[in-house]
Design a protein around this ligand. Structure first.
Ligand code: MG
Length: 381
């Protein structure tokens, strides 16, 4: 029986995780749930899963939930999230809070010796060296939930990293993969939110349309697998069936395939090193028929180059990239900037950042705050 603390339980990954848990009550028990502000769904989850502890980031929502007589302690704010992450009785923390607020609870859970099923890629983007060093020190496993990284993890499955020539991350190309560069000037948030293959939260769906999500995943892969920047490639694969690949030094490529359903990688992370019964539709390759691949158009998707630049600059730069992107995506969704303005704002913010080593969590958080303020100032917020 694995006891889980689920951070971000009302989000897309959190809900899918609870689907997996509900289908295997003999294997998993939820001991903590943490969410941002969606207390209606959280209340249902509390009634269904009976956690020991609940945390709500938004204090007003926490107060409202706590008077509903659910018979469970309701913690609040960032400290509440950390308490849920570090709960004594939890064996594993599912880290699925969207964006930079997920960093501290994830870091503290590692310090508390919890294994991590990691969906919050921003934790590694912001503080990869710190997170990986702490995980090593504590003997904690970081199991990827991101579908691409789960795929790479499965392809590597105990291989020696010396045998790896390339990690090849696949990208669907997002909502605008069939649009021309010129067409992208006037696209709306509603259009950008229509992802062709995956059902995900708003932030990550916009990040998929810009390919910033893939850029963040390059940084995530860099830290998770400890490879050099040159060994990470991105390829467009519109069908989202091949979730990523590893090319070995002998020229062989091993790929992981399945229907696009996050319950696959979630199950793998939860049950690792075992494989559990399938929770997803079987893949019928004859029905899929064709799998295609193409090089990403770097003019159309400047975010990809920007993220490689940030990774090369090192230190606090990837953290600044991430923070500026969070501001930019929000501003695009609120019609403050254009779609193409997202990458522009990120690169403008990076251009005025003086890189710091970023070797303490405080320095990383300060850099993130600085970048948010700077990005907002650029667009007059
Ligand atoms: Mg992904």
């Amino acid at each position: 029986m694995k006891r889980l603390s689920i951070l971000g339980s009302t989000g897309s990954i959190g809900r899918s995780t609870l689907d997996v848990v509900a289908s295997e009550p003999q294997n998993y028990k939820v001991v903590a749930l943490a969410a941002g502000s969606n207390i209606e769904l959280l209340e249902q989850q509390i009634r269904q899963f009976n956690p020991e502890v609940v945390a709500v980031n938004d204090p007003a929502a926490a107060k409202e939930l706590s008077v509903r007589g659910l018979g469970v302690d309701i913690l609040q704010g960032p400290e509440g999230l950390i308490s849920a992450a570090c709960l004594e009785s939890a064996d594993m923390v599912v880290s699925a809070i969207v964006g930079s607020p997920g960093l501290m609870p994830t870091y503290r859970a590692i310090q508390a010796g919890k294994d991590i099923a990691l969906a919050t890629k921003e934790a590694l983007v912001m503080a990869g060296s710190i997170i990986m060093a702490e995980a090593k020190k504590q003997g904690v496993k970081i199991l990827p939930v991101d579908s691409e990284h789960s795929a790479v993890f499965q392809c590597l499955d105990g291989r020696n990293m010396d045998e790896v020539d390339k990690i090849i991350l696949t990208a669907s190309g997002g909502a605008f993969r069939d649009r021309s560069l010129k067409d992208l000037e006037n696209v709306t948030p509603a259009e950008a939110l229509k992802h062709p293959n995956w059902e995900m939260g708003r932030k990550i769906t916009i990040d998929s349309a810009t390919l910033m999500n893939k850029g963040l995943e390059v940084i995530e892969a860099y830290w998770l697998f400890g490879v050099s920047i040159e060994k990470i490639d991105v390829i467009i694969h519109p069908q989202s069936i091949v979730h990523s690949m590893v090319k070995f030094i002998d020229g062989s490529i091993i790929a992981q395939l399945s229907v696009p359903d996050m319950k696959g990688p979630i199950s793998y992370a939860l049950s690792y090193p075992k494989r559990g019964a399938s929770r997803i539709e079987p893949l019928n390759l004859a029905e899929v028929g064709t799998l295609t691949f193409q090089e990403p158009d770097l003019l159309k998707y400047p975010a990809l180059n920007i993220t490689f630049d940030a990774l090369r600059a090192g230190g606090t730069m990837p953290c600044v990239l991430n923070a500026a992107n969070e501001v930019a995506v929000e501003a695009f969704l609120n019609n403050v900037i254009s779609f193409r303005g997202i990458s522009q704002l990120v690169s403008d913010t990076m251009a005025v950042h003086e890189v710091l080593p970023g070797d303490s969590i405080e320095e990383v958080i300060q850099a993130s705050e600085w970048a948010k303020k700077r990005a907002e100032a650029f667009i007059g917020l």
